[in-house]
Ligand binder design. Structure first.
Ligand code: NAP
Ligand code: MG
Length: 498
């Protein structure tokens, strides 16, 4: 295992020295309770920083600040002025790319190189893409028929912000998920209370600095740190919150829906997945092997859309299993800051225990690991990239989201049966197919019950492309024009001009 890691930069070392506070109404504030919690570096378990621990009282303050900002100058800014501010957030984030990348790598365990190349540049792109939208949120004029004198009526729609948005996010892509929530919410003119995951609060705190520098008015974005069962639950239940946008597990998604019932706030959910990745014998097999490895091992498998169930046509099954096992065995597992690391640690001891529990259950139920199969080292939360064969559809490793670097591989012969098995899951976030037959690719894409289907590719996400889940993978779609279905209300205005 690689252990040599770069030291954090002086800027980041200085940032981590002071306790991190909430951002409420444009001010950095400590918790009403005065309490704090620690965030850890999963590469070695060391404490990185102290963070204000929020409670319902901090949520109340943030909701008041967000409401005041919604009714204040923010609502009177022109769409193009809003655009400019959001664009500036992207620019400032880009100018501090190294700091953002280092904070996410330290906090979540993701390889620094990937944070530099993927997470932060994409977060910047999200702000830039969404910065274009405020001037384009148009209504329509609609002819009216159901009246005696239709010519007397003029009807049109306008799109207005939903209001105060609570955004609760997971730890696997900290700054990117924050961008996924904030950029469209702000573009539509909402105000926001963001609750970062307790495991990865650091980059959101730096984003707070950037938002203020970019000219986001006080109270338009508030950040309350802390535990989901306190801060997240208080946001979901709060009568002053108009909408919750949630990214996390299906189980917590259900709690959010329950908590939101009081004021029937709008809810969108981006939840878990157990995505099928299908390789036909007529595919470019080398590309499919590399793609299947990337589909599961990117970000240590801690990706909601990870290709965690691989299905391979029998004729090429042995070749694909050998190929992906070879890649798994050769991936560099190590400290998130080491320059050659490809697989960092899992985010926490809890996540390590969960994934090791799945590996034990797979073994007990008869699966065979042809690569990996256990923990790596005894410092930090590292798991070997693992390829499991001899699986059955009833096994927990096949049915449940593991959220670690573990793929199950099964052979198939018949496409109808394959699709039945691939779709036999409570999830429906993503799916992929590898084939050189165009008609087959589109036919299979049409039959997957999933919100995103990749053909001869994987993990392609773009601010312009709708993303979200069928079935228990979620409610609604993020990104692209679809995002504004969730972040605006449509008002219909009817004038009798007769
Ligand atoms: P999680 O346990 O559901 O937590 C997600 C967020 O919800 C965290 O901020 C958490 O706070 C908070 N939370 C926990 N309990 C809550 C409650 N009762 N009420 C309100 N909020 C609560 O998920 P995770 O383990 O962080 O993330 C992994 C999951 O996220 C996976 O299932 C993955 O597939 C999914 N995910 C989905 C997408 C997508 O776009 N579809 C993207 C990324 C991840 P804490 O700080 O206390 O944890
Ligand atoms: Mg941490």
């Amino acid at each position: 295992m690689t252990t040599t890691a770069a030291a954090p930069s002086p800027e980041v070392a200085a940032f981590l020295k002071n306790p991190i506070q909430h951002l409420v109404g444009g001010e950095n504030v400590s918790s009403a309770s005065g309490e704090a919690f620690a965030t850890f570096n999963p590469s070695n378990g060391n404490t990185l920083a102290q963070i204000a621990l929020g409670s319902g009282e901090d949520v109340d303050r943030a909701v008041s600040a967000a409401r005041k900002a919604l009714d204040g100058p923010w609502s009177r800014l022109s769409p193009s002025a809003r655009s400019k501010i959001i664009w500036r957030v992207g620019d400032l984030m880009e100018s501090r790319l190294e700091e953002f990348a280092l904070l996410d790598a330290l906090d979540s365990g993701k390889p620094l190189a990937y944070a530099q190349l993927v997470d932060v540049p994409l977060a910047v792109d999200w702000f830039r893409y969404m910065a274009g939208w405020p001037t384009k949120l148009e209504g329509t004029t609609i002819p009216v028929s159901a009246v005696a004198t239709p010519g007397d009526y003029f009807a049109y729609t306008v799109r207005e912000p939903v209001g105060v948005v609570g955004a609760v996010i997971a730890w696997n892509f900290p700054i990117l998920l924050a961008a996924w929530k904030l950029a469209p919410a702000l573009a539509a003119g909402n105000t926001v209370i963001l609750k970062p995951a307790e495991q990865t609060p650091l980059s959101a705190a730096l984003l707070g600095e950037v938002l203020r520098e970019a000219g986001v008015p006080d109270g338009v974005v508030n950040i309350v740190h802390g535990d989901g069962e306190q801060v997240g639950a208080a946001l979901a239940a709060h009568p002053g919150v108009d909408k919750i946008s949630f990214t996390g597990s299906t189980e917590v998604g259900r709690h959010i829906v329950g908590a939101a019932r009081g004021n029937l706030k709008k809810v969108t959910l981006e939840l878990g997945g157990k995505s099928p990745n299908v390789v036909f014998a007529d595919a470019d097999i080398d590309a499919a092997i590399a793609g299947a490895a990337n589909a599961i091992f990117f970000n240590q498998g801690e990706a909601c859309e990870a290709g965690s169930r691989l299905f391979v046509e029998s004729k090429v099954y042995d070749r694909v299993v050998t190929g992906i096992a070879e890649i798994a065995a050769n991936l560099k597992v190590g400290d998130s800051l080491a320059p050659d690391t490809q697989i960092g640690p899992l985010v926490s001891q809890k996540q390590l225990d969960t994934v090791l529990g799945y590996l034990d259950s797979g073994r007990a139920e008869g699966a065979t690991a042809v690569a990996g199969g256990g923990r790596k080292g005894d410092v930090g939360y590292f798991v070997e990239p693992t390829v499991l064969i001899d699986t059955k559809p009833t096994m927990r490793v096949v049915k449940e989201e593991i959220f670690g670097p573990v793929v199950t591989v099964a052979p198939f012969d018949d496409t109808d049966e394959l699709l039945r098995t691939a779709n036999d899951t409570e999830y429906g976030l993503a799916a992929a197919v590898w084939t050189s037959n165009l008609a087959k690719a589109h036919n299979v894409a049409a039959r997957f019950k999933a919100g995103t289907v990749w053909i001869n590719s994987y993990h392609i996400l773009d601010p312009a492309l709708p993303f979200g889940g069928y079935k228990q993978s979620g409610w609604g779609r993020e990104h692209g024009s679809s995002a504004f279905d969730a972040y605006t209300e449509t008002k219909t205005v009817i004038l009798n001009k007769g």
